[in-house]
Design a protein around this ligand. Structure first.
Ligand code: UN1
Length: 494
């Protein structure tokens, strides 16, 4: 019997008020049911927000280092249960075990960073312009945070949002993607086990329309953090404007790797394969465009196609598997529709381009790793986020032209250049319009203690990760202490 999962509201596991449920199946094998989950509605959201609001009044008064002690425990439990979580995650969304272990590790790193940050959370003290007066600015918690997360990093991304939110003294209503509700539930169980008090973190399962937008529209939710598609991000931003919520958006990408003639091609090959086909291309940081300089074009294409054809698809639990399935039927269809668009635009398909259905693969959403060449930078396959194992290859003459191509999309998340020329590396750092630039490394591989996010339509200016995310989850209070014993008038008593 598959497990029956529940919402967690005010410290209690409960069904959706409507009693409705939805199923979650293994994308590598549809016959395997992971569990059933509550299909919640606005009444469940309301209850979770009320619980979070009530819990906030106590939680905000707990000294930050005490909140940090709980966070340290969360990290320790994640370490102890890493293998169990990674296995469940692979069954639930398909990426290979090595990667799901990495996903949990990102959560562990985020936990320990958050724990240590509770002994900093620095403010500023600055001199006053008046005598016997003291000026400082301090960070204060904001209130109830709505956290809406995608399925491609079912542990890492929720931890990037929930951990800084709660160590700053906020409380959380968490809506995970409906493709990865089991991993999300484990995370909430672990938070409770580590001693996070009731109501501080609540999870409400269900669809984006009802639960997600229910959170965004709720007048008692003060801030929303969302990772997902750009279209949805814009809708969230518009809706949240009505209640003047603070919103952090991590949206699409169309990340490119530039390979210069002088690059170490073996190193670049490994990076491109990992960036384009790791997580089956389902990362917002995935390598989706490959720019090859003229002289190495043919040689690198040969190496790339050979390697790509050798990739082993399969169930991510098997040690020999290198590429797992797409997460669900809709995603695989969408990937295939982009392949059809590429063909109709006149790009040349050099490998892949179809469902992978041999043997055991016939029961999962597998898609062959796909490469297009002769891609014009303006084609749809070179402009739109595909979120699957499809790589578009573009030829260029010089660095200036390459950087123009890289910058020629609406997105600006990750980017990379392979070169041995330090001058070219620094020109790329200066001129590529992206939140992240890698030198001699692929477009994926962000570390938890560094700012993460993008420019242009990849986001709205906030950063996750590192020290920067703490600006999102706190409000500044400015404090003046006048110890002169008389009325001092700023700007007037000069
Ligand atoms: C994402 O793709 O949504 O850098 C996040 C990386 C990961 C995080 C990716 N550490 O690819």
């Amino acid at each position: 019997m598959a497990k029956k999962y529940q919402n967690f509201i005010n410290g209690k596991w409960v069904d959706a008020k409507s009693g409705k449920t939805f199923e979650n199946r293994n994308p590598a094998n549809w016959d395997e049911l992971i569990g059933t989950f509550p299909k919640s509605g606005i009444e469940d959201v309301n209850e979770a927000v009320a619980a979070a609001r009530k819990a906030f009044e106590k939680w905000r008064l707990v000294p930050a280092p005490k909140r940090g002690e709980i966070m340290k425990k969360v990290g320790d439990i994640l370490v102890a249960r890493k293998e169990e979580i990674a296995t469940l995650m692979t069954r639930e969304m398909g990426k290979v075990l090595m990667e799901t272990r990495g996903d949990v590790q990102e959560g562990i790193d985020t936990a320990y960073y958050a724990a240590s940050e509770t002994r900093r959370l620095f403010g500023h003290t600055v001199p006053s312009e008046l005598p016997n007066k003291f000026n400082m600015s301090i960070r204060i918690p904001i209130g109830v945070a709505g956290v809406i997360t995608p399925w491609n990093f079912p542990m890492a991304i929720p931890t990037w949002k929930i951990f800084p939110a709660i160590v700053c003294g906020n409380t959380v209503v968490f809506k995970p993607a409906s493709d990865t509700p089991a991993t999300a539930t484990l995370l909430v169980e672990i938070l409770a086990e580590a001693g996070v008090p009731e109501g501080v973190v609540n999870i409400v399962h269900g669809g984006g329309g009802e639960v997600g937008m229910g959170i965004v529209n709720h007048p008692d939710v003060d801030l929303v953090s969302f990772t997902g598609g750009t279209d949805v991000g814009i809708k969230i931003s518009e809706a949240a404007a009505k209640t003047l919520k603070r919103v952090s958006l991590e949206l699409g990408g169309k990340n490119a790797v530039i390979i210069m003639d002088d690059a170490d091609l073996d190193l670049a090959l490994e990076g491109v394969i990992w960036g384009a086909f790791g997580t089956t291309g389902q990362r917002c940081t995935a390598t989706s465009r490959l720019l090859l300089q003229e002289k190495i074009y043919d040689k690198f294409m040969d190496m790339l196609v050979k390697k790509t054809k050798s990739l082993k698809l399969g169930n991510g639990l098997y040690p020999e598997t290198q590429v797992g399935p797409c997460v669900n039927e809709g995603q695989r269809k969408s990937v295939h529709s982009y392949v059809e668009i590429g063909l109709s635009e006149g790009a040349k398909l050099v490998c892949g381009g179809k469902f992978a259905t041999d043997g055991e693969l016939s029961k999962g959403w597998f898609y062959e790793p796909t490469i297009f060449e002769n891609v014009n930078p303006n084609m749809k396959i070179a402009q739109e986020e595909i979120f699957g194992p499809v790589l578009s290859v573009i030829r260029f003459k010089n660095l200036e032209e390459a950087i123009d191509i890289v910058n020629g999309t609406i997105y600006g998340l990750s980017s990379s250049i392979y070169t041995r020329n330090v001058n070219d590396a620094f020109l790329a750092i200066r001129d590529i319009k992206a939140g992240i630039t890698y030198i001699n490394a692929p477009t994926i591989g962000a570390e938890a203690h560094m700012p993460f996010g993008g420019v242009k339509k990849t986001g709205n200016g906030h950063r996750e990760g590192g020290w920067t995310v703490y600006d999102f989850y706190t409000e500044w209070k400015t404090v003046y202490v006048d110890y002169s014993g008389r009325l001092q008038k700023a700007q007037i008593d000069t």
